[in-house]
Write a protein that binds this ligand. Structure first.
Ligand code: DGL
Length: 270
């Protein structure tokens, strides 16, 4: 039993999409979330920069006495997990790619055509493809970087024709040419546009890294006997740019008014 909070972070707002799953699965866990909204998106930045930013955020979470760090960002998960584990060997660090790849590999049928959509950084790192192909040699994996989606989501342009057009711009040919039947939302921002994707491509089987990372947290806490017995205090949400959009998206994702949440600015000495 361990009542300390769990630390989550993302390059921006997207990682918050995994929090409702945690709240439902593990209601006694307290959450400290950090979104690096001043420096988002990470998806087009170099691995060195992403690693350096991630170290700063992990330092902040460790000072908050978290019992576990959850990288609720695929881009960071694809390039920074080994470095973070090296720096903090005593803190469990969970990324979102391996749990998602495992779940997909467990469920898809032979000869399935799996599409991974993600940021440029995640696609270039090729970790999804590698993990799935390590577990399944009888499926085909295709990846597509969709760099314009994160800025639109961060701007709150979500249920809108501009979003539908952007999704079509990236996915129409990708899905048709590769005969994709299974789509992995390899970016924690994308669950926010799942409705658009469902509407445009109703037959797709969709996996979300936000959900899979939450399931991995539950499993890890259970195995290590680190579940919280009682939630002590409020969840905390920090951002390096405390914009109105950040606050509005948190309210939308969590379905709670900002007055009920503890939201703060933290610049990590940037
Ligand atoms: N949420 C991040 C991810 O899962 C991407 C956002 C960004 O490009 O910073 O990859």
């Amino acid at each position: 039993m361990d009542n300390r909070p769990i630390g989550f972070f993302d390059s921006g707002i997207g990682g918050v999409t995994s929090i409702p799953y945690i709240m439902k699965m593990l209601p006694e866990e307290r959450i400290i979330f950090y979104g690096d909204t001043a420096r988002t998106p990470y998806g087009s930045k170099s691995p060195d920069t992403i690693q350096a930013f991630s170290m700063q955020i992990a330092d902040f979470l460790v000072k908050k006495n978290v019992k576990m760090i959850v990288i609720a960002c695929n881009t960071v998960s694809s390039v920074a997990v080994p470095k973070l584990r090296e720096k903090y060997p005593d803190i469990p660090i969970i990324g979102c790619i391996t749990p998602t790849a495992k779940e997909v590999s467990k469920i898809v049928k032979k000869d399935a055509n799996i599409g991974i959509i993600a940021t440029r950084g995640t696609v270039n790192a090729g970790v999804y493809q590698k993990r799935i192909e390590e577990m399944r040699t009888d499926v085909n994996v295709f990846s597509k970087a969709c760099p314009a989606l994160v800025p639109l989501i961060e701007e709150g342009i979500i249920e809108h024709e501009i979003m539908d057009m952007t999704v079509k711009y990236y996915l129409d040919d990708f899905i048709k040419e590769n005969n994709i039947g299974t789509l992995v939302l390899g970016c924690t921002h994308y669950p926010l546009i799942k409705k658009s994707i469902n509407k445009l491509y109703p037959g797709l089987e969709i996996f979300s890294s936000s959900k899979e990372v939450a399931k991995a947290v539950e499993m890890e806490l259970t195995q290590r006997e680190m579940m919280a017995e009682k939630k002590e205090g409020k969840d905390e949400f920090y951002a390096s740019d405390l914009s109105e959009t950040f606050v509005a998206l948190i309210e939308k994702i969590l379905g709670q008014e900002k007055e009920t949440l503890q939201i703060g600015f933290e610049d990590l000495d940037i």
